[in-house]
Design a protein around this ligand. Structure first.
Ligand SMILES: C[C@H](CCC[C@H](C)C(=O)SCCNC(=O)CCNC(=O)[C@H](O)C(C)(C)COP(=O)(O)OP(=O)(O)OC[C@H]1O[C@@H](n2cnc3c(N)ncnc32)[C@H](O)[C@@H]1OP(=O)(O)O)[C@H]1CC[C@H]2[C@@H]3[C@H](O)C[C@@H]4C[C@H](O)CC[C@]4(C)[C@H]3C[C@H](O)[C@]12C
Length: 394
């Protein structure tokens, strides 16, 4: 675990990029955090009047400005901020920004270089564009949820990882980076319409494009990679922990069989589907005879593709993760994953300070974007902005 990045003091890939992130639930905060980790100056625009507690747990490296967008001077302030920004990330369903007078035609007219990123579940058009939804709904509509789950059980959404983060926050960040790159050639900004339904569908292109390979011919939970195969499964160990097995290729499967102490000449062939349920039982009874660390001693250093299923407590302490400093600890002793991927010359340098309080940087940000002290005082007296210096100084 490291506290200071090896890249400290170096220029970061996104140095100089100014981002305004309108506060949202989960996907947009990840998108903003990725950009901040890689060097962008990200300002989270929180609501005023503000709620008691910040719900954004992905505020690393951001500053917070609390602004009431529902009041005309607040919306005007955001327009002015957008005039000096490179990127705007907005996480509301279609129509909300237009209703505030902050739609793309207005903001891009005022700043043609602006990258206007719209991160939503259903996208800007189509029957559901104005409907509420959450991760599970988006994964469902993408077709992918129908493929997830164990045999005989209902489809199962793996937390809110797929749509909110993989298909949402990460792909939106990619769209922004692509648009920023294109702007270096054209000099123009554009709208990024990041729909999580489409993001998750795109992320699962392999699934779609492998439909004719015979990989998915059987019902959900009975195929090679969806928990049907005994050699692509998790198994409980004698101490109540788990091992993950991913021994797909025959040469790796042989090493699994050897590690389990089995004789391959007495077993059915690896791809005999009808034998998979029995083989799973056999593997399960063998894994149940040793502890997780005993199995690690057997399989570490082999190509059997067997690894421990680590808890959040154990993952940062695992030797491999420690060797790569894959987890970081901030000034509040909070552990989180180090930004990925690693760039050799300009790596991410994540902030080690606590996340910002809502409104902590209101004045500082407005000054930086060219507002005068008088203008700021007026916004305060109109109750359009709020600051949270008191809490920040505690
Ligand atoms: C982390 C938990 C969240 C779980 C994630 C979940 C699984 C997801 O899937 S998130 C993805 C959701 N979908 C999208 O983001 C797609 C696009 N967005 C939408 O579709 C919608 O925004 C919506 C459906 C998500 C929400 O709809 P809503 O009607 O609320 O909003 P909009 O229509 O978009 O309109 C926004 C309105 O707000 C106005 N606005 C915006 N900004 C401002 C501003 N600055 N000033 C003034 N007004 C503003 C805007 O004008 C719109 O107004 P109108 O409607 O009038 O047009 C977390 C879920 C629950 C959390 C916990 C909980 O809160 C309790 C605790 C609280 C405590 O403080 C912290 C701990 C908690 C336990 C907390 C912890 C976590 O945060 C949660 C678990």
């Amino acid at each position: 675990m490291f506290r200071r990045s090896a890249g400290s003091g170096r220029a970061m890939a996104l140095s100089g990029v100014r981002v305004l992130e309108l506060a949202g639930l989960a996907p947009a905060p990840l998108c903003g955090m990725i950009l901040a980790d890689f060097g962008a100056r990200v300002v989270r625009v929180d609501r005023a009047p503000r709620s008691a507690v910040a719900t954004d747990v992905q505020g690393r490296g951001k500053r917070s400005l609390a602004l009431d967008l529902k009041r005309p001077p607040g919306a005007a302030a955001l327009r002015r901020l957008c005039g000096g920004a490179d990127v705007l990330i907005e996480p509301f369903r279609h129509g909300v920004m237009e209703k505030l007078g902050l739609g793309p035609e207005v903001l891009l007219h005022e700043n043609p270089r602006l990258i206007y990123a719209r991160l939503t579940g259903f996208g800007q058009t189509g029957k559901y564009a104005k409907s509420a939804g959450h991760d599970i709904n988006y994964v469902a509509l993408s077709g992918v949820l129908s493929k997830l789950g164990r045999k005989g059980e209902n489809p199962y959404a793996p937390l809110n990882l797929l749509a909110d983060f993989a298909g949402g926050g990460v792909l939106c960040a990619l769209g922004i980076i692509i648009a920023l790159y294109e702007r270096t050639i054209s000099g123009k900004g554009q709208v990024v319409d990041a729909s999580m339904v489409e993001g998750i569908a795109y992320i699962s292109s392999f699934l779609w494009k492998s439909q004719n390979l015979g990989l998915w011919n059987r019902p959900r939970g009975e195929n090679l990679l969806d928990s049907g195969a005994p050699f692509y499964e998790t198994y409980k160990t004698s101490d109540g922990k788990f091992m993950a097995v991913g021994a797909i290729e025959p040469q790796f499967y042989d090493q699994l069989i050897k590690g389990l102490g089995l004789d391959s000449s007495k077993l059915p062939s690896q791809l005999s589907f009808s034998d998979w349920p029995e083989m799973k039982k056999k593997f399960a009874s063998i894994f149940a005879q040793k502890t997780q660390s005993e199995w690690c001693r057997i399989f570490d250093g082999t190509d059997a593709c067997v690894t421990p299923v680590l808890s959040f407590d154990d993952a940062p302490l695992h030797q491999h993760n420690k060797q790569r400093s894959s987890f970081i600890k901030n000034d509040q002793e909070e552990i989180s994953p180090r930004p990925a991927p690693l760039l050799s010359r300009t790596p991410a340098v994540p902030s080690f300070e606590r996340d910002p309080f809502i409104g902590e940087h209101t004045e500082e940000v407005l000054l930086e974007y060219g507002f005068t002290q008088e203008e700021i005082a007026k916004l305060y007296s109109d109750k359009v902005i709020e600051s949270n210096k008191l809490k920040a100084n505690l």
